[in-house]
Design a protein around this ligand. Structure first.
Ligand code: HEC
Length: 200
């Protein structure tokens, strides 16, 4: 009996002291935090494919999917906007198309699916009264502290030129040729300088 009383008093004391401490609110990221992370992954995804790093691309698609699913779980509605429902109807099918493109390593399918995802981001922003948040294809890799190339192509070689960059090839065919095969570039330089030499 003595023991039970002691334990009870000890328990009661700990409850009182716990109650005396201000309750810590668990950290919950805001929707904007999920979005900023999604934005970064959206950009990495584009450059992962540009570099032919399909494993990284698959990883980023998965991260975008998970991030938006978590956002939907925490914010089923946000400022009166049915965020969870919109992610389901707008984003899910576009993520599936991206997954398929990445699985097939199809640049063409990837570009189509990537642009459709981007349009999906923007249609939700417009519907959520944030039409000024406009997502687009990135024009430069977002960070310099992550090598986006596939591991086995790290040493010395040049990133492959893949169809997303066809218009680049169209506008600077010479440089495109160089990226495809540096030896061609050297041959080309020799040809040009040889021709100049002969003309003198
Ligand atoms: C379900 C609707 C919805 C979808 C889908 C959506 N967003 Fe958003 N996004 C929002 C809302 C709402 C905000 C504003 C959040 C706030 O007010 O804190 C936002 C904000 C943002 C911001 C601004 C964050 C900041 O702090 O500057 C970026 C960037 C962004 N979204 C990127 C994306 C990208 C990239 C995608 C697609 C891959 C996407 N969003 C898809 C609803 C959406």
């Amino acid at each position: 009996m003595q023991r039970i009383v002691t334990v009870t008093i000890a328990l009661a004391a700990s409850v009182v002291s716990a109650a005396a401490q201000p309750a810590k609110k668990p950290y919950e990221p805001g929707l904007g935090e999920f979005m900023t992370a999604t934005q970064l992954r959206h950009a990495k995804l584009w450059f992962a494919v540009q570099r032919g790093n399909w494993d990284l691309a698959a990883f980023e698609v998965d991260e975008i999917k998970e991030g938006l699913q978590d956002a939907a779980g925490l914010f089923p509605t946000f400022e009166g906007i049915p965020v969870a429902q919109m992610i389901k109807t707008i984003i899910d099918p576009r993520i599936e198309a991206l997954e398929e493109a990445v699985k097939e390593k199809s640049n063409v399918k990837f570009i189509v699916a990537f642009d459709q995802l981007t349009n999906g981001c923007n249609s939700c922003h417009a519907a959520a009264n944030k039409p000024f948040i406009r997502i687009q294809r990135p024009t430069a890799p977002p960070l310099t502290n992550q090598n986006l190339r596939p591991r086995n192509r790290n040493r010395g070689s040049v990133a492959p030129l893949t169809p997303p960059f066809d218009d680049f090839a169209e506008h600077s065919p010479h440089l495109a040729l160089h990226l495809l095969d540096p030896r061609l570039e050297r041959r080309e330089i020799r040809r040009i300088s040889g021709a100049r030499h002969r003309a003198q």
